[in-house]
Design a protein around this ligand. Structure first.
Ligand code: GAL
Length: 680
């Protein structure tokens, strides 16, 4: 569907040939009319061909409950269209205006401790408020009816970053909607009582009205209640997305609808794998958190976005040209990083590279957040770098529309397991689901081995190896799928705290790792987590932290690959592998971190014959990313270092970012090279 978008967005000359999109959030309401024309002129200069408009314009579009002001937006859209810039038009429902929250304070969200989130910032609305929904849909209808035939309109942008600030609402509206959601899920109170294990601590419900969101309680709230509340909260926002989308589809059936996800860092409230099917193309926002793993994290998030999009092209809706404003210290990007970060997203399937925002605000909470046109104006290094990126993306037009070529290795990412494994009252409070997955991904990057992030909803059979770190929630069906996967020749690798509970967060009995115990041919009677700072040595010279298991091998054909050398489990298995049908199933019982996984992975990957595609000297310095399109095979190589990196032995026409001397490519510092190879 993103291809529809591409063809809807004609270039300044009416050209509808596939190309990559380039642009930003554009907030003209923050500027006088005189600036708009300069904006469009500079957009053309920079090669901008799409902008998102109206994201925070509600108060301007509807100054009071009964008055509307579209004149300014008409003019903005006309100007953009004349300038050849397509518009991803926001439904403007992200931040309700003061008149609405004054008249209807009952739309304001409430925290678990009963505090109201007052107006004054943004996104102060309850996802389940019928009053908010009514006002929001009224606005959406007005916008859709007014702009349905506007030639600048290329896509609809529902709300903005749904759940960024309001995912967990504990209000009475939320309580009512939670009960409805639970009735739908469980049908009877008995089924709910069973699923929630309410025999424990005298929690048995005798009427639906007794059920509440997990508000501040005297001790640990019921774990299944907590898990269901997370599922419900994700669904409540998804329901809002659907309501806006349905209205848009009714009025403008041909205009694709998206909303910007936040696949990044610790944003975990929204199950985007579940949401992806609701929109016409996936969009994502990503911001770098500077730190030792920021390169890995950027790649991981872009890769996961591609997995959520099913390998199809997606839209990078926001990232930053330089510093943000919301970290403790907001570091500017170094020369080359603006382009490299952008192109890394393209390497992972983005067909659009957009920023927050076009022109840096002079007032408001984000006035120190970078933009495409900084406070210094267009006569700035930053704007020159922006324009250069625009030209680069133009040169990469042949890449547009191409899909991700599946990698041999898939890493399974699962929201249920993320949510459930990090709940309270567990063997350890130190477990970090995303970090474990990121460590496996980072280790593969260091080894120069491509991997795709996939979800439990993906077609898992496409990968020869599946790594499922902390796959904590394993319903019976998933256990069967994984067993079938190995029997048919797949190689499964899983870790500590996997296979432990079913979909209700009930422990699979008989010994851990519960649902995967037979497949793995091991049994654990008791978890043995490690105290913060404690570590154990393994006999392959790696070190484990966080967790150990007291493993008993239960099948004759289970191999012990690595044993504990120190600690309580000294001499016992740490890493095991067992044949299963034509494949294998391996288990890693401790947290090895990136270094340890770099040591272990070659052994784990051996049965599948997976090796690096990069020459040895380039491994770790260069990230290999391959995509394939109808016009050939595009090979993206990302130089992760600040130095030149030679890469011998790769063929292909250089589209970007490298020089070729006698068959050796040289990638400049922080460069992204793109090669086109004939389709195989
Ligand atoms: C996003 C948001 C934008 C802007 C940006 C700043 O969360 O969608 O409106 O606030 O962050 O980094």
């Amino acid at each position: 569907m993103i291809s529809t978008l591409l063809s809807r967005s004609a270039g300044p000359d009416g050209d509808t040939a596939p190309r990559l999109l380039f642009g930003a959030d554009y907030n003209p309401e923050q500027w006088p009319r005189s600036v708009w024309e300069e904006d469009v002129r500079l957009m053309r200069e920079a090669g901008v061909n799409v902008v998102s408009v109206g994201i925070f314009s509600w108060a301007r579009l509807q100054p009071t409950a009964d008055t509307w002001d579209f004149g300014w937006l008409d003019e903005v859209l006309d100007l953009l269209h004349e300038g050849g810039v397509g518009v991803d038009l926001a439904t403007a429902t992200a931040s309700p205006p003061p008149w609405l929250t004054t008249a209807h304070p009952e739309v304001l969200p409430v925290t678990a401790t009963g505090e109201t989130l007052w107006p004054g910032a943004r996104q102060h609305w309850r996802p389940t408020s019928p009053v908010f929904r009514e006002y929001a849909l009224r606005l959406v209808r007005k916008l859709a009816e007014r702009y349905r035939d506007h030639p600048a309109l290329v896509a609809w942008h529902v709300n903005n970053e749904l759940g960024c600030h309001n995912v967990y609402d504990h209000s009475d509206d939320a309580a009512r909607a939670f009960r409805e959601w639970l009735r739908e899920r469980y049908r009877t109170l008995d089924a709910l009582n069973d699923a929630w294990g309410t025999a424990f601590w005298s929690q048995r419900y005798s009427a639906w009205e007794q059920i509440l969101p997990p508000r501040l309680a005297a001790s640990h709230p019921n774990p299944t209640q907590q898990l269901d509340f997370k599922r419900f909260s994700s669904d409540a926002l998804k329901d809002h997305l659907r309501a806006e989308r349905d209205l848009l589809r009714e009025i403008t059936p041909d205009v694709p609808v998206t909303t910007n996800f936040m696949v990044m860092g610790n944003t975990k409230g929204m199950d985007y794998a579940d949401w992806a099917g609701e929109i016409d193309f996936v969009s994502n926002d990503h911001y770098v958190h500077p730190g030792p793993q920021d390169r890995d994290e950027l790649s991981f998030s872009a890769n996961l976005t591609s997995g959520i999009a099913g390998g199809r092209p997606w839209f990078l809706m926001e990232h930053s040209t330089s510093a943000v404003n919301w970290q403790p210290v907001n570091v500017a990007k170094r020369p080359g990083e603006l382009a490299r970060d952008s192109l890394l997203h393209v390497a992972h399937g983005a067909d659009a590279v957009c920023f927050f925002q076009w022109r840096q605000s002079a007032a408001g909470a984000e006035k120190y957040h970078s933009a495409m046109v900084p406070h210094a104006g267009a006569d700035s290094d930053l704007f020159r770098a922006v324009a250069e990126l625009g030209a680069t993306l133009k040169a990469l037009a042949p890449v547009a529309g191409s899909e991700r070529e599946p990698a041999a290795v898939g890493i399974v990412y699962d929201w249920d397991s993320w949510w459930a494994s990090e709940q309270d009252s567990h063997p350890t409070a130190l477990l970090r689901y995303r970090q474990e997955a990121l460590d496996w991904y980072a280790a593969l990057l260091r080894l120069g081995i491509r991997a795709d992030l996939v979800t439990t909803r993906s077609d898992l059979q496409r990968h020869q190896v599946l790594i499922a770190p902390v796959l904590h929630v394993v319903p019976a069906d998933l256990a069967k799928t994984l067993t079938r996967y190995t029997e048919q020749g797949g190689h499964l690798i899983t870790t500590y705290f996997s296979g432990i509970v079913d979909e209700h967060d009930h422990v699979w009995l008989g010994g851990y790792p519960g649902a995967l115990r037979d497949l793995l041919g091991i049994r654990v009677e008791e978890f043995a987590p490690l105290l913060d700072g404690d570590a154990v040595e393994l006999d392959d010279a790696t070190t484990g932290t966080l967790w150990t298991d007291r493993i008993t091998v239960t099948a004759d054909d289970t191999d012990v690959l690595v044993r504990y050398r120190t600690g309580e489990q000294a001499g016992r298995p740490a890493v095991t592998r067992r044949p299963s049908g034509r494949g294998t199933a391996a288990y890693v019982s401790t947290r090895l971190g990136v270094d340890g996984l770099v040591t272990l992975l070659p052994r784990l990957l051996e049965p599948a014959g997976v090796r690096s595609e990069l020459p040895e000297g380039a491994r770790g310095s260069v990230e290999p990313v391959v995509r394939r399109g109808p016009e050939g095979r595009f090979l993206f190589l990302v130089n992760r270092t600040d130095d030149d990196v030679p890469v011998p032995g790769l063929d292909g026409e250089i589209l970007l970012g490298a020089t070729d001397t006698d068959g050796t490519l040289t990638l400049g510092p922080r460069a992204v090279a793109v090669l086109r190879q004939p389709a195989s």
